[in-house]
Design a protein around this ligand. Sequence first.
Ligand code: 13P
Length: 255
Amino acid sequence: MDRRPFIAANWKMYKTIGEAEAFIMDLLPRIKDVKDRDIMIAPPFTALQAVANAVKGIEQCFAAGQNMHFEQNGAFTGEISPVMLRDIGVDYVILGHSERRHIFGEDDAFINKKVLSALSHDLAPVLCVGERLEDREAGMTEEVLRQQLTKGLNGIAVEGNSDLIKKIIIAYEPVWAIGTGKTATPEMAEDAHSFIRKLIEEIFNSTIAENILILYGGSVKSSNITGLMKEEDIDGVLVGGASLDVEHFERIIKF
Ligand code: 13P
């Protein structure tokens, strides 16, 4: 098992191009000696090219889209395609974020098309899953995760595709923990992560399950990352609010 820690920032709808560039220029010298983990930054689309250019050639640093359409091009006003992301040097794309699911109504079948499209365009999908508070209170957490993963990863045959499947990252983000300051305890997160790893084994196989990265997201801060990262099945984090401040994000990266 060789899972490198993966620290990801999701800036959501924050930062202009100038703010994004200033952040990266400030961050890079701070993390120049950090070689044993990967760092991903997902700015808004307008700042994505600037961030992709700024991290180009830095081995452990990657730019990501926060979303994309599954088609290569077409009459889809307001959308960005996988070809466009590749065109500006983007390697990763967040898909199925809970804000996409619950504010913009994306469902598992729609997200699945995006996952398949990302893979076919050599983009690594960061597929987000996670239960709402009412799901957890109704004892439905595992059922929700099962649905989101089996449907979201539908149609990817293992045979002949293991290199592609290796690109997939899962982010477990319980909806009740996002932006609320309520982090799942390390034990709660670990329960969900180990369940997700078992599901990945069912969907693909044990080798893929052992190697796939599963990130935790939801009110991650420098004060709680260490406890989370001690858990066996937590391989990294997807950070919203606390990734907007360079000093705080540096502390998270260097947990
Ligand atoms: P917060 O870290 O602000 O809770 O957001 C988490 C998230 O949604 C990352 O994708």
